[in-house]
Each structure stands twice: as C-alpha cells, then as structure tokens.
Design a protein around this ligand. Structure first.
Ligand code: NAG
Ligand code: NAG
Length: 271
C-alpha cells in the first residue's frame, strides 16, 4: 500500500470506532427524538456541576481601541492593530458563590484579561468537562459538554469575602494561588465575580445533547442538591464499581447503543 493511501486510511480506522451522530452541531427537529435529549433545566444542572468540578477555563476579553499615547500600549509594546480584537487566555476560577453560580476569579491587575476589563471590556468564561477516561482510548471531544458564561466582572466586597469564605474556597481549588492572594507582595490582585448574564451551552452531539442558550434564571436556580445528584458523562459514582445512570448511559451518550453494549465487548469507548 502506498504511504499516502495508508495515511489516508488512518482517520477511517478511528472513525469506525466513533459513533455516527445524525446531528453534530445542532439539535434535530423535536419530532424526531432518536435519543432522549436533556432538557434545558437538566443541561443547566450539568453546566453547574461542571463549574463545580472544573477549575480552569478560558477568559475572553476585547482589547480597547488603541491610543498610541496610552501607558499600557507603551509599557507592553502592544501592537496598534489589536484594538477591538478578542483575546482568550487561560485562567483560574472557583465555584465559591453557590447561590448565584457566578464564578469567582482572582484578578491580577497587570494581566491582560483584567487590563481589558478595566478598560471597559465585558468578559466570557469558557470551560469544558474533562471526563476521567483513560488516555489510551480514542474519544471524541466534540461529544463532551462545554459552555460559555457571558457577563462582566464585579468586585467582591470585603464583607462578602468574609461571609462567603472566598480565600479558603479559592485556595482549595488552587493551592498555588495562595502566593498571589490579595495583599501579597508580588502582584496587585483582588477577588472578583463574573456576573453571569448569558449562558451558551453545547452538551455534545446535537442528536443527544441540548445545544443552545440557557436562560440565566435557569442557570441561577439550580440547587446544590441537583448539582450533587447529577453525574456527567464518564463520571464514576462514589460506590466503587457501581454504575449509575450517567455512567451506564455513557455508551448511548456517545452513540454506541444502550448499556447492554458494555457486555458485548465493544472496544474503544470504555472508561
Ligand atoms: C457589555 O455588555 C452590556 C450588556 O450586558 C452592553 O450593554 C455593553 O455595551 C457591553 N460593553 C462593551 C464595552 O461592549
Ligand atoms: C428553575 O427554573 C426552571 C425554568 O426556568 C424551572 O423549570 C425549574 O423548576 C426551576 N427550578 C427551581 C428549583 O426553582
């Protein structure tokens, strides 16, 4: 076999292990329910659980219009043509305000995301669920939930920092961040909340997951009990070896038939 033919067959080998979703990036008409698609409310619960279990995401902000005389442009030698351009940067967050679902962020004054918000930019936090699958199994990241929280930053008042126990909550998620908590001698920093105004959710392939906007009230009114009871695709239950709804449904979530497929030795998608 020619090398090119060999190489071009590789994606097909992988593709043969993958489910063949009928709708990848959109939901099917509601009259055609091949799978039970989680409701918007159930999707909100999943999203809130992801916010609770993950702790790193991407903050997107917009560069302000360039002014050649601005001290920032001069001090960081910022190119003059980035004004109005979006930039996404990795950052830490923590789920410390369970009543609202507003993520807590430690804003470092000299970091680009916070320079941009100080200059008037709104902000979006994008994150995704990382299921605990073994690395040697092929998987489709496109089937895994991810979402974006769109809003603006707001200072958390000293009283709220105390009542919500923000520093211990944040350091529990990020032990290394203890070095740059507010008051440290390296960088000026402060605790802020991303006030969520809009939520855009992509639960996975569109024939088995909701894709679309989640009303912010639905995002906010998810309860701690609902977050606790929810299991995300690939998540294990606490009882060792016992399979719960989501775990048992992992294969059907990925389009490999029902939980019964587990016994048939279908390779490639086991956790
Ligand atoms: C930020 O978002 C609000 C809507 O929530 C909008 O009115 C405002 O213009 C936005 N600010 C910028 C700088 O885009
Ligand atoms: C949250 O809001 C949704 C509608 O947006 C509603 O269906 C659901 O019952 C509410 N849940 C609670 C706990 O209030």
């Amino acid at each position: 076999m020619h090398l090119t033919a060999l190489l071009s067959s590789i994606p097909l080998i992988y593709a043969s292990h993958l489910p063949s979703p009928q709708h990848i990036f959109s939901n099917p008409p509601s009259t055609d329910p091949t799978y039970k698609i989680p409701t918007v409310h159930e999707s909100a619960i999943q999203a809130r659980r992801i916010l609770h279990l993950e702790n790193i995401g991407t903050l997107s902000t917009i560069f302000p219009a360039s002014s050649h005389s601005s001290s920032i442009d001069v001090s960081e030698n910022r190119p003059s043509d980035v004004g109005g351009a979006p930039i996404g940067l990795m950052d830490y967050f923590a789920d410390c305000e369970a009543d609202s679902g507003n993520p807590t962020i430690l804003a470092i004054k000299i970091a680009t995301s916070f320079k941009n918000t100080a200059a008037g930019s709104n902000i979006t936090l994008s994150l995704r669920w990382h299921p605990p699958y073994p690395s040697h199994r092929p998987y489709s990241a496109a089937a895994i939930p991810r979402f974006s929280l769109i809003g603006y930053l707001e200072d958390i008042s000293p009283t709220e920092i105390l009542t919500h126990a923000i520093p211990p909550c944040f350091v529990k998620s990020h032990p290394d961040a203890a070095a740059w908590l507010p008051g440290n001698r390296i960088h000026e920093s402060s605790f802020v909340r991303l006030v969520v105004q809009e939520v855009y959710w992509i639960g996975g392939f569109g024939d088995r997951a909701y894709i679309g906007w989640i009303p912010v009230e639905t995002w906010k009114n998810v309860t701690g009990e609902e977050i606790e009871a929810c299991r995300l695709p690939g998540e294990k239950t606490q009882a060792k070896g016992k399979k719960d709804g989501w775990r048992a449904g992992w294969r059907s979530w990925l389009g490999l038939g029902g939980a019964g497929a587990e016994e048939e030795g279908v390779e490639g998608w086991e956790l």
